[in-house]
Design a protein around this ligand. Structure first.
Ligand SMILES: *[C@@H]1O[C@H](CO)[C@@H](O)[C@H](O)[C@H]1NC(C)=O
Ligand SMILES: *[C@@H]1O[C@H](CO)[C@@H](O)[C@H](O)[C@H]1NC(C)=O
Ligand SMILES: [Zn+2]
Length: 994
């Protein structure tokens, strides 16, 4: 475990103690040492860089070592091995490094001498960490919780090893396939001064280049105002060098041949070509500074080749200034380029929308990845759920085992990479990501057990506790270890700071009597598991039933339910009449206190009535459709195929997956269901739980048939009479919501080439449509692509199987298989039908509970209920007062004994709800109720690597005469433990307790 845990302030001293050799003072890094060029010249910032994917065509470790070079020649260890001596050789040279997952791997293997050399380079600003996340996270399908975590993980490493000079100052998202406002806002709150990226829509690029608006002030959040603004720049060639100026060992460009006595002397033409390229690039940019990214994927394995040629290029290009050339070139970094723009003393245009979806040609958009690899997307979200619970349990039980679940933090950091959760990697790499998450979950399970060892026993803390285990196949209604057991326990940890009413589903082989934490018998439905679930490939369970019941769970705490086999009970004679009422292929109605859901006898959803608000939404259709994937050879934009990155349908109208369907309605006490089977590979179960004001739709899709030679992209569509008038709404990274309009882009004059694909947006957690009376919100359990192709309609792409590569590099079709057949995926949508005014108060907490749902751990104590309840606590909450409904505890991490990292957030937007959109107060002391009193409290930047009081961001002026500096007067060190949160505000604290 190399990531040492220090307090923010102490870490710098620890570094100088730990490193033996005294370091030069660290004030030679940062903006002050930037070369700002010459005011009367065109200044070209030469930025040597490598783009190291944390897995893509090869796994992260294959890339690190340079294994499987037959797939792609790439070896990160040699890049760092090679760059460091090149930097030492010439103090003018610069290099930036971005992906900490790789740097950390390399750092572990270095001698102290090498580490000191690197520290010196960092302290002198010659090697600079940029962005500094564990990976360069995707922006479309990631969740904000995990973006923050993965940046914090990298930032913590850099802070502990390099101190102030290692702190990344800007975002560097040069490869992700679209850019999110939420990410811009998060980056601003991490203290970044700017952001550079490589990919925007080709139409947008063309207009911006013409208008010289490639660089702008991005207003990241309407809720948070100036604090969320981020200077953002689009790089000229994604992240490549100017044509013919790639001097990497992988490139074939002409070196600078500068000895006139040798054959092929080429300095004059190379210099002229460079000067021409600089002038041509400058036509699209606003100032007399431009950036040249000199590098690309996995470049600099032989750094000397690059640097030797760049040294010469700089020398000879600048020599032309004597002959009147206006081009001035020099080694630089993105932060020095940013600083030069800041010093340009000019105003910038602003942007308030986002960069989604974006096209790479007229017929190819980066929109298929919103759905690609739906199982990996869900697994990543589920892993985050476990990670957050593990952090809480580790902290609240004070077992100080943070290092022990580092493998899960690391795996999650890697999973955020733009070819990981995005689904755009090769199959064997996707398998590696899943394996890392699985091993991470194993490490977390150990910590969960250690924590419960302290929390469960009532009196005797040396009492052994029965091993707690996860049933990770619950998503296919399988939990082998509890099958046929006479008794078992289920402990549910609620990671939210509010009590929740949770619906529990436990797959079982037989009936059980369930005892609640207070000993009372729990009313549970004994439901048959459908054939559609039982036939999911790979399911080996003999469980035929699921026990379904409602569990009220305490805030930030647990409840344990004890299951006792009915046959093992003395009173098993008492026959229990399971109230089973079924209807096949008849019109049926699911109804509870709030909602009424009606189906016709053909299995069509006809309408849903909100009885409380007294309105009915009529459905003209609801169910599964497919788009045929475009089967092109990519030789021209018109022949663009649908693949891992790109979704392109052959025709704009999706076909229903079947012409008829079967419906079976089952009415029980806790839940009423309509199982609708469309065909062999598409089904959904519509569920209405007692007392619930949401409708749950659990879908199963796959194996998607491809015997007809056609790729298929499966959507679930909800067609209603809501008059949505072209508008729909999708979230950014599970948080703030953006308005979308069909066939429209807010910031440029949009020409439609792809009528369907151009309207697909990432849906990380929710999508809705509305009119004056009604809003229909659909919540998802993972990221999916979504749209509204017709008024009143919402569609979400849940699964896809394509047979052609889309030529964006992965070199494989998006054709997932498992158990010898096409992959089967099961997932959930939650439907909320409300008035627009009251919708947020439903979808905000419901979505929060979907992504932070209770953690199920089972155990086989092998003792009677009486013995169990005598020895073990069956319910416990770490809170003793109720906390504001609109506040979410985002992070509860223990850094060291008595030192904690806390993030609290307001999770409503401005003006979303009459009550909950007001600002909220929370007393942080209440979170430490069971741990102790708060002794010290330091507010940190969002990534947790710097006191907020030390954050000084560069100030920018917009062309509408606003300054990004308006709100910089904030109180940083809080005198009291009471924190005030405005809508969508996240605050991060390091807390020391007595
Ligand atoms: C910046 O520009 C403004 C006018 O646009 C001018 O008043 C000011 O002096 C300039 N500042 C510097 C440092 O050049
Ligand atoms: C946590 O445990 C450490 C010893 O490992 C102890 O010094 C500290 O006081 C404990 N803190 C709490 C809040 O129990
Ligand atoms: Zn990449």
């Amino acid at each position: 475990m190399s990531i040492a845990v220090h307090t923010v302030i102490a870490c710098f001293t620890i570094i100088s103690i730990c490193c033996g050799a005294p370091l030069k003072p660290s004030n030679t890094c940062g903006y002050d040492v930037c070369n700002l060029g010459k005011p009367d010249k065109l200044n070209v910032h030469i930025v040597p860089h490598t783009h190291d994917d944390v897995g893509w065509l090869k796994t992260v470790d294959q890339y690190y070592y340079g294994a499987r070079n037959d797939i792609q020649h790439a070896a990160v260890q040699y890049i760092l091995d090679s760059v460091i001596p090149s930097l030492v050789e010439n103090s003018d040279r610069r290099f930036i490094y971005v992906e900490i997952a790789f740097f950390w791997r390399w750092w572990l293997q270095q001698t102290e001498e090498m580490r000191n050399t690197v520290r010196q380079l960092v302290n002198e600003g010659r090697l600079e960490f940029i962005s500094g996340g564990w990976s360069m996270n995707d922006e479309g399908v990631t969740h904000y919780n995990s973006i923050i975590d993965q940046h914090s993980l990298g930032a913590e490493f850099l802070r502990d090893q390099f101190g102030q000079c290692g702190r990344p100052k800007l975002g560097w998202q040069i490869d992700p396939f679209g850019h999110s406002k939420q990410v811009a806002s998060l980056f601003a709150h991490m203290g970044f001064d700017g952001l550079f990226f490589g990919r925007v829509d080709v139409q947008d690029y063309t207009e911006r280049f013409k208008a010289k608006t490639m660089e702008m002030i991005w207003k990241g959040s309407a809720n948070l105002g100036e604090d969320s603004w981020l200077f953002s720049g689009i790089l000229p060639r994604v992240y490549e060098a100017p044509p013919s100026f790639c001097f990497d060992v992988h490139c074939q460009n002409e070196p600078i041949k500068d000895d006139p006595q040798l054959h092929d002397y080429n300095v004059p033409e190379r210099v002229q070509a460079f000067i021409d390229a600089a002038h041509s690039q400058a036509t699209g940019y606003a100032t007399n500074h431009i950036i040249n990214t000199m590098g690309s994927d996995f470049q600099y394995e032989n750094a000397d080749e690059w640097y030797k040629n760049l040294d010469k290029l700089i020398k000879y290009v600048n020599a032309q200034q004597g002959n009147g050339s206006d081009v001035n070139i020099f080694y630089s970094t993105p932060s020095c380029y940013l600083y030069a723009l800041n010093k340009a003393n000019r105003t910038w245009t602003t942007k308030s929308d986002d960069f989604f979806p974006i096209s790479f040609n007229h017929h190819g958009l980066w929109n298929g990845y919103f759905t690609s690899r739906p199982a990996l997307k869900r697994y990543e979200r589920y892993s985050n759920n476990i990670l957050q619970v593990t952090k809480q349990l580790n902290a609240l039980s004070n077992v100080t085992l943070r290092h022990a679940f580092f493998p899960l933090s690391e795996a999650m950091g890697i999973a955020q990479h733009h070819d990981a959760v995005s689904g755009t990697e090769k199959q064997h790499v996707a398998d590696d990501y899943a394996q890392r998450l699985a091993q991470g979950i194993d490490s977390a399970t150990y910590v969960i057990n250690e924590a419960y060892r302290k929390l469960l026993p009532k009196y005797n803390h040396s009492l052994t506790i029965p091993a707690q285990f996860l049933c990770q196949f619950s998503n296919i209604s399988e939990c082998l270890p509890i099958e046929r057991q006479a008794s078992f326990t289920l402990t549910l940890w609620n990671p939210t700071i509010h009590p929740v009413q949770h619906i529990v589903r436990v797959p079982v082989t037989q009936k059980y009597l369930i005892r609640s934490p207070t000993g009372s018998t729990v009313a549970a439905d004994f439901m048959s598991i459908s054939d559609q679930v039982k036939k999911i490939p790979g399911r080996t369970s003999s469980a035929q039933y699921e026990l379904v019941f409602q569990a009220p769970l305490p805030a930030l705490g647990f409840s344990t339910y004890y299951f006792e086999s009915k046959s093992s009970l003395a009173d098993n004679k008492r026959t229990e009449k399971s109230k089973l009422d079924q209807a096949h292929n008849e019109a049926c109605v699911l109804q509870n206190q709030y909602l009424r859901v009606e189906f016709d006898q053909q299995g069509n959803l006809k309408n849903i009535t909100n009885q409380e608000r007294n309105f009915t939404v009529q459905f003209s259709s609801q169910g599964f459709y497919w788009y045929t994937s475009f089967p092109g050879n990519n030789s021209r934009p018109e022949f663009q195929a649908s693949g891992a990155y790109a979704f392109r349908p052959l025709t704009p109208n999706p076909l229903p997956v079947s012409s008829s369907r079967n419906i079976t309605c089952t009415y029980m006490d806790q839940v009423q269901t309509a199982l609708i089977v469309y065909n062999q590979w598409c089904s959904q179960e519509v569920r209405l739980y007692d007392q619930a004001n949401t409708v749950e739709i659990e879908w199963i899709v796959g194996p998607i048939p491809i015997e007809d030679g056609l790729g298929k992209e499966i959507i679930i569509r909800y067609d209603t009479d809501i008059r949505s008038n072209q508008y729909f709404y999708t979230d950014a990274n599970g948080r703030e919501v953006l308005e979308r309009k069909r066939d429209y882009r807010p910031s440029w004059n949009y020409t439609v080439y792809e009528s369907v694909g151009g309207n697909y947006y990432p849906v990380a957690s929710r999508i809705w449509i509305k009119d004056n009376q009604t809003q229909m919100t659909v919540l998802t359990d993972r990221s999916e692509g979504g749209s509204s192709m017709h008024d009143g309609s919402i569609e979400l792409m849940v699964h896809r199987r394509t047979l052609h590569d889309d030529s964006q590099g992965v070199g494989e079709p998006m054709n997932e298989t498992a158990y010898g057949t096409g992959l089967v995926v099961r997932g959930r949508h939650v439907l909320i039908l409300e008035t627009p005014q009251l919708s947020a108060s439903h979808h905000r907490p419901t979505a929060q509970q979907l992504f932070m749902s209770p953690l199920y751990t089972y155990a086989l104590p092998g003792i009677s209920y009486t013995d169990y309840s005598n020895n073990y606590r069956q319910t416990w909450s770490s809170l003793n007062e109720s906390l504001p409904y609109n506040v979410h505890l985002l992070t509860f991490d223990q850094l060291a004994a008595n030192v904690f990292l806390i993030r609290v957030e307001h999770y409503f937007e401005l003006n979303e709800d009459a009550t909950y959109s007001k600002s909220a107060q929370i007393d942080l002391d209440s979170l430490f109720n069971t741990l102790g009193k708060i002794k010290d409290l330091v507010e940190l930047t969002l990534a947790g690597n710097m006191p907020l009081s030390e954050m000084k961001r560069l100030v920018w002026q917009t062309n509408d005469h606003q300054s990004s500096n308006l709100k910089l007067t904030k109180s940083n060190t809080l005198k009291s433990t009471i924190v005030s949160l405005n809508p969508m505000e996240i605050k991060t604290f390091q807390i020391t307790i007595e």
